[in-house]
Write a protein that binds this ligand. Structure first.
Ligand SMILES: [Zn+2]
Length: 469
């Protein structure tokens, strides 16, 4: 029997994860991610390089858009399921995909309007990549499987999902192929998380992998020494509150917002910041918080102990969920003593723009970034010190303090990735390095080559490799 893997995304780039495993007469797609790099976005619109109807199943490592974002198109193309993933991944993916459908519809609407205004037509008719209704249909294909339970995918293929420590519900997926007579394991790393992060457990160490597909997002880099994230947050809050202002924290809705809640809860419990009011002003973050509350079994020991003793980071006095637009507007009127966590993380949309409008010209306030700001975003302009900046069609002079707290990354860095691969008891004979910029993937492959006696490849888009059983 032969087996092969084809790489249809995250191949010498970071996003669009899509790997097709063919073995035992079955065709299994691992992840179905959206491309997010500007230069590669066009691929989201192209027909899939395989017939969606020919797939027997999809397995998902986690719910980030670059791993699940084109599932609605797969369903539209005739794929009838199942999509296997952990319960928390299914619940977060539902939030992510419905939001993505909405954004696609909005983008198409805006583009149409622009074309009309400019009295021109684009080369193609303006339609959304997929709609909310498409996203809803794809969600019906989801099937849940908890960590560590073996799943029979037919054709002698069995899968096990294990905790990746990257976001809630994230997994590394080990597939056993070849049946009992000639077993071989193929291990997909998904996105490798980090050791000692709040809320989540550490990445799982595996006993064996004949073939390893490993990410390399930070294959070339080390994270800055973090210092204490909590100390930095407390310093910034003290500074703003002493001056009588607010702290505005643009944040990604899922995981980042929850880590911020975790730290503020700790600061509150330790007496460092007693009686704080933290407003979560992002419908997506609020929905995701429900998923966190529903899955205490996924927490690490420290967080589980907090929840057991009624000191949950996701439900504490002073934690306010701004559900409605009216709630959000009420927060706009608060002049001092408020910590506002709002989306989007790079200030490209969402409610954070309104909070910036109300606070960015006040020198007693602070805008506090906790994540990477991509070139061309409002967040990047503010972080780089530009003033005035354009928000919601008007210009604003930046007088607020602009600060950044490092240490929030959910991705293993170079040394942490090496640590994870080295922990595999029976080291792999074949390694495919994916999910990294070309330079990072090649450099990481080089490092692996120095340490392991394995055949190592950095596949390009569309490449197929026989892995033989
Ligand atoms: Zn991820």
């Amino acid at each position: 029997m032969t087996a092969k893997i084809s790489f249809f995304g995250a191949a010498r780039n970071v996003t669009g994860s899509k790997y097709l495993l063919e073995a035992g007469g079955r065709r299994i797609l691992v992840d179905c991610g959206m491309y997010q790099e500007r230069r590669l976005k066009g691929r989201n619109w192209e027909p899939f390089p395989f017939d969606p109807k020919s797939l027997d199943a999809v397995v998902l490592t986690h719910a980030h858009l670059d791993h699940v974002g084109t599932l609605p198109r797969l369903a539209k193309g005739g794929f009838r399921g199942p999509v296997w993933c952990t319960p928390a991944t299914a619940e977060i993916a539902s939030i992510v995909l419905l939001d993505a459908g909405y954004i696609q519809e909005e983008d198409a609407r805006r583009k149409k309007k622009r074309h009309k205004r400019q009295r021109r037509k684009g080369p193609h008719p303006v339609v959304p990549l997929y709609t909310v209704a498409d996203a809803e249909r794809s969600l019906e294909l989801f099937r849940k499987i908890p960590y560590d339970e073996e799943l029979d995918l037919g054709g002698g293929i069995r899968a096990v999902f294990r905790d990746a420590g990257h976001i809630l519900g994230s997994s590394m997926v080990r597939l056993r192929i070849g049946g009992d007579s000639n077993p071989q394991t193929v291990l997909f790393s998904g996105d490798v998380g980090r050791w000692g992060k709040p809320i989540l457990r550490d990445p799982t160490a595996f006993e064996e992998a004949d073939v390893l597909v490993v990410e390399s997002t930070y294959g070339l880099r080390l994270h800055d020494p973090e210092g204490s994230v909590a100390d930095r947050l407390a310093e910034e809050v003290d500074t703003a509150f002493r001056k009588g202002g607010n702290v505005i924290i643009p944040s990604f809705a899922i995981e980042r917002s929850h880590e911020i809640m975790y730290h503020f809860n700790e600061l509150r419990l330790s007496g460092r910041l007693p009686g704080i009011r933290v407003y979560i002003d992002s419908p997506m973050a609020i929905r995701a918080t429900e998923v966190f509350r529903d899955h205490p079994e996924l927490f690490d020991e420290e967080t589980a102990a907090l929840v057991r003793s009624d000191r949950s980071p996701f439900r504490f006095p002073g934690l306010v969920m701004s559900r409605s637009t009216e709630d959000s507007k009420a927060v706009n009127r608060v002049k001092s003593g408020a910590i506002v966590v709002a989306g989007s993380g790079m200030c490209t949309g969402g409610r954070v723009k309104h909070h910036l409008v109300h606070n960015i010209e006040r020198e007693e306030c602070t805008v506090l970034f906790t994540g990477y700001q991509a070139g061309g975003t409002l967040g990047r302009e503010i972080l780089e010190g530009r003033s005035p900046v354009r928000i919601l069609g008007r210009h604003f002079h930046v007088r607020a303090r602009i600060a950044k707290v490092n240490g929030f990354s959910g991705h293993a860095d170079r040394d942490e990735l090496l640590r994870w691969v080295s922990a595999i008891d029976r080291p792999p004979k074949r390694i495919f390095v994916t999910h990294g910029e070309e330079e990072a993937a090649l450099a990481f492959a080089g490092l692996l080559g120095e340490r392991f006696d394995a055949e190592i490849a950095v596949p390009e888009y569309g490449e197929t490799h026989e892995i033989g059983v």
